[in-house]
Design a binder for this molecule. Sequence first.
Ligand SMILES: [Mn+2]
Length: 349
Amino acid sequence: MKMSFRWYGEDDPISLRYISQIPNMHSVVSAVYDVKPGELWPRESIAKMKKQCEDNGLVFDVVESIPVHENIKLGADNVDELIDVYCQNIERCAEYGIKCITYNFMPVFDWTRTQLDKEAPDGSTSLVLYAEQLKNLDPLKEDIKLPGWDASYTQDEVRGLIQAYSEIGEEGLWQNLEKFLKKVIPTAEKCGVRMAIHPDDPPYSIFGLPRIITNEKNIDRMLAIVDSPANSLCLCTGSLGSGAFNNVENLVRKYSEMDRIAFMHIRQVKLLEDGGFEECGHLSKNGSMDMYKIVKALTDTGFDGYVRPDHGRMIWGEKGRPGYGLYDRALGAAYINGLFEACEKAEKE
Ligand SMILES: [Mn+2]
């Protein structure tokens, strides 16, 4: 496996120098952030990032993410043009050595949480989704803003989008994903890039919006649309693990065996009885998933893709982007490194 770390570019308070000091760090996971979805990424921006990483002994070979324009997901009139731009961006990334591109197909909102700074008894803070807090929210009836949502939409635009998605429904979203994959995957294949779809987070419908990358049956369906290693998963344990119906260890084993995992996000969640969850430290004992079994499923199946610690808690007084501080993610990387070394060595004994 190749260990990696997400970096938000020059605005990120965490320097590449610090990232390079985390043991076994190999790849930087980043993106061109000053371009809107649906626009071309300037070659100079990609080249600059590559150079900055190299200057720090790191490799910029994973993109997270090239966002999929809402009109692609909705199948609007300009979908063909937008998909063309998407393909050109894949080609441009490949020119600069990118091997894996993450994206998601979630309508309107990326990840959803109800609070970003829930304090644990030890004083650390983390992101949580509390069913009780979510239940009282209805974006169709009132103006709400949840952490993680694109702030560039007005409340009326959000309502319009929710309406548009409720008209196309799940099957409409599937059709639009199919159209996207059938054009994008051959381009990726041609330039040696693996596309890695990130599961919906959390893996169920919120506010009536369709969500499709949620469980084994749907992942099987998605992978079958184009049967190629270029059409792979960014298997996020925390996202899939936020649904009690997903057995993450089994999913990892199955899809790694099929060589359909290009990228692993390894993160722990603690499921609550009412369906909510709390993000927590990476260790198995901190949450609901057995991290040893997840890593063993990877080493048993010869996984050689990218791995990154996903979100971390805020600890040791660090302030910054929720989920993306340095300290707890570095601890996560160290823990994951340890699990891999132990599993790999046990196999050889
Ligand atoms: Mn993730």
